[in-house]
Design a protein around this ligand. Structure first.
Ligand SMILES: *Cc1c(COP(=O)(O)O)cnc(C)c1O
Length: 470
């Protein structure tokens, strides 16, 4: 322990912030960053040293060498701060709609339009022909009308917002009948009972967790009933002795009772994906055909676009939602509108399976993934000979994002085992790399699924795989 006197004399030797700011190398920093920002960093460094001295933890050398070592400290503080910003991640997890990694990657066209909408003024709510006010959603509405003939559509910020808007518009102060088996929590904190109570609608559960029959709904109907709700249980499945009321039967009951049927479809699956292994994912169109008066879904799951919620249904109901004051609080911003338009255009007039990355990844045959994995293994052999062992094994990719929970998409995995250090350490070093690579470890091997790696990312991935080796 140092004496109080020694500490005081050490404290006196700490250079003043202003003196440090005058050093040429610190001055040079202010050409890239604001003076206030650099001053704050220098002050923080000085404060840290002062506390260390006061606590008797700093040596004389720490104080004497402080000014010399300052640049290294500042640079590391800067990189620490800025590396916290959201950064590109290579997703080798094989989970396609990975909620923690931002769900869907946009199509090239959607990304280009989003950028264009961001950097210039646009005709978001301006009618160029007439020179007056236009509608933000005109194009989205006309695309949705093409995709769902005879229906009208509306976009909001996310599907939670879409469900909230629908419940509030159609059933505020009234009872909403829903099966006990469908009181789900989806996509992190979207809980049907909570959304219901915030919307002002009254939850009325019917049936049991595993079995709900039409008779349960019939018994619960009363003059307080405002809406029937069906939720696609997209992130779990009740298996075994189960019974679910089909949309058709609910639709006829709703019609008899004179109340609408709302179906929360969730995934935004617009085209039949059963040939790619998604056997149980009903399309939005099929649910409308089965009698859903309004169907809600996300924009960034199987639709493969930006975060958004979409409502499609009969014209009068959608018109009521649009004139609800809540819609004003939920409407999508201009960049979302731009990306959503481009995404929907792919479904209306393009080639969604190939243009939309989510669907492209989902639809690639396992054999294609195997060939890409083999090429990656060959690259590793060539560039990191002897440092890592590799093999290709069978595995499964997942849709993720609270969609199609039980559906396994066959894939091939690139399995890697460094000669030194072990798979766990390798996974960690891949994850902490630049860019970070998300993989998993099983039985002593790091496993990478190239299904969720874009082809144009392969070279960067190879570099990361080598850089992370001990
Ligand atoms: C994902 C999902 C939601 C929540 O949608 P967000 O776009 O995340 O708000 C709601 N309902 C269902 C059935 C879902 O699958």
């Amino acid at each position: 322990m140092r004496t109080a006197g020694e500490r005081t004399s050490l404290l006196r030797k700490i250079p003043a912030v202003n003196t440090l700011l005058d050093r040429p190398e610190v001055q040079a920093l202010t050409s890239r960053y604001s003076r206030e920002f650099v001053t704050d960093l220098v002050r923080e460094a000085v404060d840290e040293l002062r506390s260390a001295v006061a606590a008797g933890e700093a040596r004389e050398g720490d104080v004497d060498g402080f000014a010399e070592g300052l640049m290294r400290r500042l640079e590391s503080a800067i990189s620490h701060r800025f590396s916290r910003r959201k950064t590109l991640v290579l997703n080798a997890s094989g989970v396609i709609v990975h909620t923690n990694l931002g769900r869907s990657i946009f199509s090239k066209e959607a990304a280009a339009r989003m950028l264009a909408a961001a950097v210039g003024y646009g005709d978001l709510e301006y009618n160029i022909e007439k020179g007056g006010r236009g509608s933000r959603q005109e194009h989205i509405e006309s695309l949705l009308a093409r995709l769902f003939p005879g229906r009208r559509g509306l976009a909001v910020n996310n599907n939670a917002g879409a469900v909230m808007l629908a419940l509030n518009t159609l059933a505020e102060g009234k009872e909403v009948l829903i099966s006990r088996g469908e009181l789900v929590e989806i996509g992190g904190s979207f809980r049907i009972p909570d959304v219901m109570s915030k919307s002002g609608a009254i939850l009325h559960e019917v049936g049991t967790t595993n079995r709900t029959r039409l008779a349960d709904f019939e018994k619960a109907l009363s003059d307080r009933t405002g809406l029937l709700l069906k939720v696609h249980t997209s992130n779990y499945r009740i298996i075994g002795f189960t019974e679910e009321t089909p949309v058709q039967s609910l639709a006829s009951l709703a019609r008899k009772a004179g109340v609408p049927l709302l179906v929360d479809q969730g995934s935004g699956c617009l085209i039949d994906l059963s040939s790619y292994g998604l056997k149980d994912e009903p399309t939005v169109g099929a649910l409308l055909d089965a009698g859903g008066d309004v169907v809600t879904f996300s924009g960034d799951k199987l639709l493969g676009g930006p975060q958004a919620g979409i409502l499609v249904g009969t014209g009068d109901l959608i018109a009521r939602m649009k004139s609800n004051a809540l819609y004003r609080a939920l409407r999508p911003d201009k960049t979302t509108v731009a990306a959503l338009e481009a995404t929907l255009e792919s479904f209306v007039a393009g080639d969604p399976i190939n243009e939309i990355p989510t669907l492209r990844m989902l639809s690639r045959p396992a054999d294609v993934i195997r060939k890409r994995s083999e090429a990656m293994a060959a690259g590793l052999d060539l560039l990191a000979a002897g440092r890592v062992e590799s093999r290709i094994e069978e595995g499964v990719s997942r849709v993720g994002g609270g969609s199609a929970p039980m559906e396994d998409i066959p894939t091939f995995l690139l399995a890697l085992r460094p000669r030194e250090g072990g798979a766990e350490a390798y996974e960690l070093s891949l994850r902490r790399g630049r860019p970070p690579v998300v993989s998993r470890v099983r039985d002593g091997w790091a496993l990478l699924d190239l299904r969720t790696i874009l082809e144009e990312q392969e070279e960067v991935l190879l570099g990361s795989l080598i850089a992370a080796l001990p």
